[in-house]
Design a protein around this ligand. Structure first.
Ligand SMILES: [Zn+2]
Length: 309
């Protein structure tokens, strides 16, 4: 059978929302831990809801023990990105989880830095703190991000469970991170409502991870459009975690038609069985023309936080 290579795999692309840990393909996981069976990985990579996904993410993270493990994950991700002509990537490291596990973030980041220097594409990093771990925890993550700014960490953000870590908690941390020259993003409006996106904007988020709940708030849509704040839309992710009932019910088209800047991303490509090119194919199924998708592809370069040096 002939393999169809998507046209989107040829387009020069930028990926702005991809978690290193969620990019671990089953084969790489088994390299890290040969005792894992294929069946176990398959069942861990299926979810009956957002919280089940967070549990699986945690399970994957636990397979990353040594700096070399992180480096291997990064190398495999960079190869996959380059293979579909991704020229620039902002890769999120759950630095908060590294600290929480008591791992050596200095050593892990040194390994990642080395790997990104050799990557076949341009890579910068975003350090992510876990919302439900609170402000002190986030402050520690932001301090590391600031310390590594000249070494390729461009941004800081919060992720995890929105309901248990409202953005207001992180107002001071965001202000501090911004003063250090870090760019700011936040996962919001993924499982929670528009008020969560408003809260992320109030503390200074320049991009919103997901933000799909914005579709329910016309005032918020106008705000995002007028202030030019992009939503990082991850279609497969939203379907797999059940935050939308089906692809057809995803609000992407409505967000776009309201004039909100859109970028397409994979979030956790291995865990959601997707690639960036596939996300463009899914958007096409939602009624986007090639020309509209071209604009969206350009947006990803336009809204990039950029190389920090
Ligand atoms: Zn994410």
């Amino acid at each position: 059978m002939a393999v169809m290579v998507s046209e989107y795999a040829q387009w020069p692309k930028a990926e702005l929302h991809v978690h290193l840990e969620g990019s671990l393909e089953p084969a790489t996981l088994r390299e890290l831990d040969p005792s894992l069976s294929e069946n176990e990985i398959t069942s861990r990579y299926r979810y009956d809801g957002f919280l089940a996904f967070l549990q699986s993410f945690k399970w994957v993270v636990e397979r990353l023990r040594r700096p070399e493990d992180y480096a291997l994950a990064a190398r495999r991700l960079f190869e996959r990105l380059a293979a579909e002509n991704v020229r620039y990537a902002e890769v999120t490291l759950s630095a908060g989880v590294v600290l929480w596990r008591g791992q050596d973030l200095d050593a892990i980041f040194a390994a990642l830095e080395e790997e990104s220097r050799r990557a076949p594409l341009q890579v910068v990093w975003i350090f992510d703190a876990v919302r439900q771990f609170g402000a002190e925890h986030a402050r520690a993550v932001a301090a590391y991000a600031a310390r590594y700014r000249a070494r390729g960490v461009a941004g800081f953000g919060i992720g995890g469970y929105e309901e248990e870590g409202p953005a207001e908690l992180f107002e001071d941390v965001y202000a501090w991170a911004r003063a250090q020259g870090l760019r700011l993003t936040a996962h919001a409006g993924e499982t929670a409502g528009p008020e969560s996106v408003w809260a992320a904007l109030r503390i200074g988020a320049e991009r919103i991870g997901h933000g799909i709940a914005s579709a329910r708030d016309p005032e918020l849509l106008a705000w995002l459009r007028d202030r030019d704040v992009p939503l990082e839309i991850c279609l497969s992710s939203n379907v797999a975690t059940g935050v939308v009932a089906s692809l057809e019910q995803h609000p992407l088209r409505r967000l776009f038609q309201a004039g909100v800047p859109i970028v397409l991303s994979t979030d956790d490509p291995a865990m959601f069985h997707t690639s960036l090119a596939r996300e463009y194919e899914l958007a096409e199924r939602l009624g986007f023309s090639r020309q509209e998708l071209k604009r969206i592809a350009e947006n990803a370069f336009r809204y990039a936080f950029g190389a920090p040096h």
